[in-house]
Write a protein that binds this ligand. Structure first.
Ligand code: FES
Length: 158
């Protein structure tokens, strides 16, 4: 799925993730095709476990993720967002990951100002072979967001 397909209508379909009745954070992981998505795929083929409340969104490059996509996700109640791109210097579109890094830093500031919290957005850089690192970063994001609680922009949590 490309970032262009992350529409507000699609995000509206998501609801609070529940496990045994307890709140579980919903995390969206934007993974670039060439490295991070391959790392996620490798993690899957190696049967490495990571939390099921993380939805992986396949994007051609992290540089293609517009700020509107991230903000729309938070507005619709997503509790945390992970942006996973190629290693610096390894972007297949040259500087897409650097552009994504600048955007994510700007958005983290904005999330603080909105009262959502910068910690809900994290960007990481991976190679295609870094499946264990992908799993570790995903688990870190889930634990961080669990500590923060539900996204305050979420209208209601059962
Ligand atoms: Fe992976 Fe650009 S192609 S971040």
């Amino acid at each position: 799925m490309s970032a262009a397909q992350v529409t507000p209508a699609r995000l509206e379909q998501s609801g609070p993730a529940l496990a045994g009745g307890a709140w579980q954070p919903e995390i969206l992981a934007f993974c670039c095709n060439y490295c991070a998505y391959a790392a996620a795929d490798l993690a899957g083929s190696r049967r490495m476990q990571y939390p099921s409340n993380v939805r992986v969104m396949h994007v051609p490059c992290t540089g293609k993720i517009e700020m509107e996509h991230i903000l729309a996700a938070f507005e619709k109640g997503i509790d945390g967002v992970l942006i996973a791109g190629c290693l610096e210097g390894g972007c297949h579109f040259l500087e897409g990951n650097l552009r994504a890094k600048r955007r994510s830093e700007y958005l983290r500031e904005m999330l603080d100002q909105l009262g959502v919290g910068r910690e809900r957005l994290r960007m990481v850089n991976l190679s295609a072979a870094m499946a264990p690192t992908f799993v570790a970063r995903v688990k870190e994001v889930v634990e961080t967001v669990k500590g923060l609680g539900p996204n305050p922009l979420r209208k209601s949590v059962p």
